[in-house]
Design a protein around this ligand. Sequence first.
Ligand code: AAT
Length: 292
Amino acid sequence: MEKNLEPGRHLLYMEWYTGGDVGLFMKMNKVLYSAQSEYQRIDVFENPELGRVFSLDGITMTTEVDEFMYHEMLVHVPMFIHPNPKRVLVIGGGDGGSTREVLKHPSVEEVILCEIDPMVIEAARNYLPTTSVEFNNPKLKIVNENGAEYVRQFENYFDVIIVDSTDPTAGEGGHLFTEDFYKACYNALTENGVFSAETEDPFYDRAWVGIAYNRIKSAFPVTKTYMGFMTTYPSGMWSYAFASKGLDPLKDFNPEKVRNFEKLDTLKYYNEEIHVASFALPTFVKKLIGEK
Ligand code: AAT
């Protein structure tokens, strides 16, 4: 006789953190999409607490309820430092969350989303409407190429480059953590250019926080690590790098701009206090990046 399983109780998703001794599990109430692309395995499922969950190779990329924490921090910190960002390049980020945030800035005229995997774009279009919401915006152009190659054709073009990449140890993310790549980003930026990148968690992936910071620092005159909470990424605390050709993320920050931001009521994490506070680092994180 078949055993009657309680609906939603019997399917489980497990993410194994780097090191393989700790992880995260989520109940899968309903599997919406599951496919193997040329690059990675793509899954979208529903969890009662987290809403739609998007994972690549079993690593959580977004959940509907907390993706705002990551996307707002990755995007608005650099966007509010550039005095007038018009051309923006987002590398990775095929779910659309970062470009959604970029397009909230009225000065923006052109956004290129360079996501390597066309199947991620299609999965986001079909199953992740809250992040892919701006995919039909005429200011947005989507290209499916390796960002590390794509960026090389530009010189002195973008005001802001945002690297919304998978982990350096998974899929094609490693290309986006090399010194060569960071130098190509520097060259693709205008004189006032600013840059941000996700640089992993300072606990399970601690080595990468320092590696990424130091590689970015070798390409840019101004490089600073900043942090934010990210509830469904390993350790719940996440690090980002800000870099620029000269603009300083604190000295050149104008809180008035945030206060007057037309879309301020759509932001759920980033605000003028968080902008400043996110550059204050715990002592163990300072050590990771080689600061005293
Ligand atoms: N927006 C939060 C989700 C991500 S997704 C990162 C995206 O980067 C993936 O869709 C992946 O296909 C794409 N990608 C990976 N390598 C490249 C590359 N070389 N060029 C262009 N796109 C690439 C980020 C998750 C953060 C980390 C979670 N632990």
